[in-house]
Design a protein around this ligand. Structure first.
Ligand SMILES: Cc1cc2nc3c(=O)[nH]c(=O)nc-3n(C[C@H](O)[C@H](O)[C@H](O)COP(=O)(O)OP(=O)(O)OC[C@H]3O[C@@H](n4cnc5c(N)ncnc54)[C@H](O)[C@@H]3O)c2cc1C
Length: 441
């Protein structure tokens, strides 16, 4: 590569895929003044998205598991720009970052432009309400940390309400107070949330919620299709269904939600189901600014990429993770999963380096290594696939748990390296030994 040419590599979105890619690029070019690496994210810290349902229930403290982008930028010598990208001018090679205003409406930072030579779009996905009335007004979402914390605040408030009402022996007011939750969407997010809620409920009496017991928690998991976990093998789906039912989760399949109201949902077959809290986890779409910027997108707004992860028609823009539509040889699309983002980050890294070196690009081929579903402390179930296994192998119990936990550790390893990840693991142990198992504030 010509050392006189300055290449501005800009990654938008420091999530499961984008952050791993940024760190690898920064490490590669840290001693090369001709290449700069910049990460743009709308948040100051990174949280691995598959942990969000645990932040929502309180089984994880987001403050402990977050990583500061500025700290990583200092360590690996890349630039971090905090801001929300709202438009891409692909001709001028400029990003437009939204203005930032204070809570009282005063302007804090004006709208800004940021130039790039090569761009990576890894902005993930957001909730898809499929046009269902009331979703945005009356349900809780789990796409961002702010949303997970909003759920947590409301969940804990409800727990305090039940505890106070149930213990009000003088007035006998509402003595059998209970908490009813409806989760719409029985994919991995909905299923894991349902199990984790029961896990937290079981621990509550030991935290002073003396009158609380699991039978006061009613969780209904609603799925429009004929079975839960529709993207996973039937055996996994059936096993998880049985486990959830044994926990007390009410699973309603073939149930289409037609509208959401305050504290209730309407189903297409005319039923009204009441709930204190409704969570919408039924589908994803890509952020609208991608299509609005003129990039080629599919019906849920994902950017069409080639098998080299280049945005179709744009030789200087890559896209990885949930926000891209990457067709596989069998005609299907790479699923929106953390393992997909991880694999794509690895190939995008190689292709950016190869492009700068004037070499031919590599083809991305998604390898499905299987999927694991954590039913909190109760069980872990899934299927594994890979070179060592012929076909798909069903796993559950401690082995499945080990593989499940290793997914997050692999992500940490890709960002922090062996030494720092070992220290983080040690720190996690110490943290667990000295703090409460659930966050109730
Ligand atoms: C509750 C939950 C549980 C899950 N569990 C699993 C699981 O067990 N296994 C699994 O494989 N997958 C799981 N997933 C899916 C997985 O989290 C995603 O597939 C994965 O995070 C996608 O990675 P990504 O890099 O594409 O996007 P993300 O990890 O979502 O990162 C996107 C980043 O872009 C930033 N961003 C977004 N828009 C902008 C903008 N306009 N400007 C600047 N920055 C922006 C965001 O702040 C974020 O940091 C789960 C998802 C959820 C919500």
């Amino acid at each position: 590569m010509d050392k006189d040419i300055t290449q501005r590599l800009v990654v938008v979105g420091g999530g499961a895929g984008g952050l791993e890619l940024t760190v690898r690029l920064a490490r590669k070019y840290r001693k090369n003044p001709a290449v700069t690496v910049t990460l743009v994210d709308r948040n100051p810290t990174h949280i691995w998205k598959p942990l969000l349902h645990e932040i929502a229930t309180g089984s994880l403290n987001g403050n402990h598991d977050e990583t500061s982008y500025l700290m990583l930028a200092k360590k690996f010598k890349f630039s971090f720009v905090m801001g929300s990208v709202e438009h891409i001018d692909t001709d001028a090679k400029q990003l437009r970052l939204a203005a930032v205003t204070e809570a009282n409406g005063d302007s804090l930072v004006n709208e800004r432009q940021l130039g790039y030579d090569k761009l990576v779009l890894s902005v993930g996905s957001i909730c898809n309400d499929f046009g269902t009335p009331g979703v945005m007004e009356h349900s809780l979402l789990l796409d961002t940390r702010v949303q997970a914390e909003r759920f947590h605040t409301q969940f804990v408030s409800q727990l305090h309400r039940i505890n106070a009402q149930s213990g009000d022996a003088d007035t006998q007011d509402n003595y059998d107070a209970s908490l009813s939750l409806i989760i719409v969407g029985a994919g991995a997010t909905g299923v894991e949330l349902a199990a984790d809620l029961h896990s937290v409920a079981e621990q509550l009496p030991s935290y002073g919620f003396n009158t609380f017991s699991r039978d006061k928690l009613r969780v209904q998991l609603i799925e429009a299709g004929p079975r839960i976990l529709p993207a996973l093998p039937e055996r996994v789906s059936a096993s998880v269904h049985t486990e959830l039912t044994e926990l007390g989760v009410e699973v309603l399949t073939d149930t289409r939600v037609s509208a959401i109201e305050a504290q209730a949902i309407n189903t297409a077959d005319g039923r009204v189901l009441d709930a204190n809290l409704v969570v919408w986890a039924a589908g994803v779409q890509a952020p609208a600014f991608l299509g609005d910027s003129g990039l080629p997108v599919d019906r849920i707004g994902r950017v069409h990429v080639t098998d080299q992860l280049l945005v179709q028609g744009h030789n200087d823009i890559f896209s990885i993770g949930d926000c891209c539509a990457c067709e596989m040889p069998d005609g299907g699309y790479v699923p929106p999963r953390a393992q997909s983002a991880h694999q794509m980050a690895s190939v995008a890294y190689k292709n950016i380096v190869r492009q700068l070196d004037g070499k031919p690009l590599k083809t991305f081929l998604y390898k499905d290594l299987g999927s694991l579903i954590s039913l909190s402390k109760f069980s872990t179930v899934g299927n594994l696939m890979g070179n060592l296994m012929r076909g798909t192998v069903f796993v559950e119990g401690w082995l499945a748990r080990l593989f499940y936990l290793s997914l997050y550790r692999m992500h940490q390893l890709a960002i922090h390296g062996w030494w720092a990840t070992s220290l983080i693991m040690l720190n996690d142990r110490l943290y667990k030994a000295t703090r409460a198992d659930i966050k109730l504030h």
